[in-house]
Design a protein around this ligand. Sequence first.
Ligand SMILES: *Cc1c(COP(=O)(O)O)cnc(C)c1O
Length: 354
Amino acid sequence: MSTETLAIKITKTKESRINEVDFNNIPFGKVFSDHMFTMDYKDGEWSNPEILPFGKMLFSPAMSSIHYGQSIFEGMKAFRKDGEVYTFRAKDNFARLNRSADRMCMPNIPNELVMNGLKELLRTDKEWIPENETNSLYIRPFMFATDEYVGIRPSETYKFMIFCCPVGNYYSEPLKVKIETHFTRAANGGVGEAKAAGNYASSLYPAKLANEQGYHQLLWTDSKEHKYIEESGTMNVLFVINNTLITPSLSGTILPGITRNSVLTIAKDWGYNVEERQITVTEVIEAIKNGTLTEAFGAGTAATIAQIQTIGLDGMDYELPEIKGREFSNRVLKFLNNIKRGQETDKWGWIDTV
Ligand SMILES: *Cc1c(COP(=O)(O)O)cnc(C)c1O
C-alpha cells in the first residue's frame, strides 16, 4: 500500500469538551478542539496516521528537537458556511511546510497524505466551527525531530501533528509598531524564510523591549544595514504610497506569507499598481511626512489584515492616516473574508471543500 492511501486509524473521544466552550468569547490559541492528527516518520517513510483525542504525550528527555531545534510549523484556517467546511490555500501551506522541511533537513510529506489527514480531522471536529460570520478554526500543523540522541545530526525519526483551535473574530486594535534598528530577525543565508520554531524564540527579547516602550510589535529591518523594511512579528507588511501597493520582495530573510500572496494577487486582479521591491525606512518615514503614504498594514493568517496606526523610529512616533479611510485594505479584508466562506468565485483555486 502506498503512503498516499494509508488508512487513518480513528479513536474518538468519549467525552467531548465542546459544551465547555463559550464560542462568543474565545481566547486565541488556548482552547483546543477534541481531536488531533499524528503520524510518524521512521525508516525513510511516514506511518501510523491516526486521529485521537487531543491530550498529553510522552517523550524522552533526550528528544533531539528540544535540544537542537529541528521543529517547523504552519498556520491556516478552516471556515464553515451553510453546512460546508472550507479550507483556504491548505495546499500552499503544506507546500511551504515541505520547503521549511528541506531547509531544516527534515522529511517532506506527500500532499495527498497530509490533505487526507487534515480533512479527516476537520470532519471529526466539524462541530468546533460554529456557523457564523466571525468564527473559524485555526489549524496548527507541525513537525519535530524525535530521535533519542544527544548528538548534532539530522534526526532519523520525526512526528507530524495537526491540532486545531476554535477562534473568534480576531480583533486587534490598530498597531503601534517600532522599526527595529539594532536586533535582527533573520540574516542573509539564514532560516528567515522557513517557518522554523527557533526564529520565534530569538525574536522574543527584542519584542519584549519594544513592548516595554509601549509598542505592540516590531517592524524588522535587514540585518546588514538596518535600512530596508522586512516584516513584522508573524505578519508580512504592506504599504500604499502614491496609490501603489508596495511590499518588500522575498529576499530569503522574509517568510513568504500566504496572506501576502493572496493580497498581491487580488490587488493585481483589481488593477492596482503593485510593487514587490526593496523599501527603505527613509522612504516610509518621508511618505508619512509628506502625506503620500495612505495605508500600512500587516498580513497574516491570524488577523488577515492588521492595520498599523503608529510607526516608531529612534524615539519618534509617526501617526498614520485614520483606518476608516483606508480604501484598499478595508476592501481586500472584506473580499478575503467572503472568499474563505465560499461567497466569492474561487477563481484561483484557493478553496477546498472538506
Ligand atoms: C506565518 C508568518 C507570516 C504570515 O504568513 P501567512 O501564510 O500569511 O500566515 C509572516 N511572517 C512570519 C515571520 C510568519 O511566521
